[in-house]
Design a protein around this ligand. Structure first.
Ligand code: AMP
Length: 369
């Protein structure tokens, strides 16, 4: 991933793929023009790299020149295109091939056609390395297309975002979700995840999602999801994966402008961890760290029984249910330490001490990320 000005971009089309596409265009055009000496006209600035690579590969004599148009401001194609540097040579009767880096709305292309209307060229053909069919609004024929791409903003290989990125030898695509920090707060029941998440979400401006809280909210409101979850929760068992994953995804979608998330109580199984990775991937993002609060079992039981006196939670009131929750944790959830360790994303933090001491320990880990 790279950052240009204020935006993040991810790798999209490699140098090798570009090279293959350019070579294919060269072969097609050389085959069509046989022994004619064509005039290749690049549209500056974006096409400079493409034109350079193209003509180096072109196997026969050719002429090369450029015209310059202002085609867009920022990342949007603008309606207002101006010809800045025009043609100086006589093209009467010549075979002209426009070499464009990219055609999206087709506004630039319209301007090109207008420029060439009175030039009396023998033939005018259009070749573009990249083409966005979903964005194209004109009827002009595109004679040669290198690669069709989706309607997303790209940079690199001559194309820029506010001046940067033209020098990159490959193509990058704008990330749809801008940079997020996503944390999994981990640990057995009673480790203090909920308490600490409250501090962290304010300090780092993150959205806190506690799957336990969402289930309890649904139970309170007697929704279908709540009714389903209740039977498992009351016994201290895990709610089935698919139900939990669907609910979590919906919570993430509700916060589409979040700067990142603290996941508390999720994932609790391997299947959930894999689903979370997929969900983050679909947002062009990832889990940055799993931060685990480490606390001994007997301390946990004591804390939960104490909390049960006031929390009103059925699963906090009974020692055998509490022990079952801890057993579920070791049976199904604790293995996730390996899942995140394998990606170098696991950070253990001592979860015994005062609330503020533990917050400081967590801050120290997050600040280093
Ligand atoms: P918690 O508030 O995190 O202690 O969760 C309370 C209960 O909600 C758990 O014992 C489970 O029954 C259920 N639950 C919460 N999160 C999940 C999850 N990720 N997967 C399955 N069940 C969950």
């Amino acid at each position: 991933m790279i950052k240009l000005n204020d935006l993040y971009f991810k790798p999209f089309i490699s140098e090798a793929e570009i090279d293959t596409a350019v070579q294919r265009m060269v072969d097609e055009i050389a085959n069509d023009f046989k022994d004619d000496v064509p005039v290749f006209i690049g549209i500056l600035n974006g096409s400079f790299m493409f034109v350079s690579d193209f003509v180096k590969k072109y196997p026969k004599p050719c002429e090369v020149t450029f015209i310059k148009l202002a085609s867009y401001e920022g990342i949007k194609s603008s309606e207002d295109i101006q010809r800045l540097i025009g043609l100086t040579q006589d093209l009467t009767g010549r075979k002209v091939i426009i070499l464009e880096d990219i055609i999206d709305s087709g506004n630039t292309l319209e301007e090109v056609h207008r420029i060439f209307e009175n030039e009396n060229v023998g033939e005018l053909r259009i070749a573009t390395l990249f083409y966005k069919p979903e964005a194209y609004k004109k009827d002009f024929k595109l004679h040669y297309v290198g690669l069709e791409i989706p309607n997303k903003f790209i940079v690199g290989y001559g194309l820029d975002y506010n001046g940067l990125g033209r020098d990159l030898p490959e193509i990058y695509q704008l990330k749809t979700t801008q940079h997020m920090t996503n944390l999994v707060l981990f640990g057995p029941p009673g480790a203090g995840k909920g308490t600490q998440a409250e501090f962290l979400k304010d300090k780092y401006n993150l959205v806190h999602i506690s799957t336990g809280d969402v289930f309890r909210y649904n139970i309170k409101n007697e929704t279908a999801l709540g009714m389903l979850a209740k039977s498992f929760m009351d016994k201290g068992e895990l709610v089935p994966d698919q139900v939990t994953i669907d609910m979590l995804s919906a919570e993430v979608e509700k916060n589409s402008d979040a700067k990142g998330f603290i996941f508390d109580g999720f994932p609790r199984t391997n299947a959930q961890a894999e689903a979370l990775d997929k969900l983050m991937d679909s947002k062009d993002s990832q889990i940055n760290a799993m931060i685990a609060l480490e606390v001994d079992d007997e301390v946990l039981v004591g804390r939960l029984l104490e909390r049960g006196k006031t929390s009103g939670r059925k699963d906090d009131a009974d020692e055998s249910i509490i022990r079952n929750r801890i057993t579920e944790y070791y049976k199904k959830t604790a293995i996730l330490k390996d899942y995140y360790s394998a990606q170098d994303k696991y950070f253990g933090v001592d979860g015994v001490g005062s609330i503020s001491e533990i917050t400081k320990r967590l801050n120290a880990v997050i600040d280093k990320l």
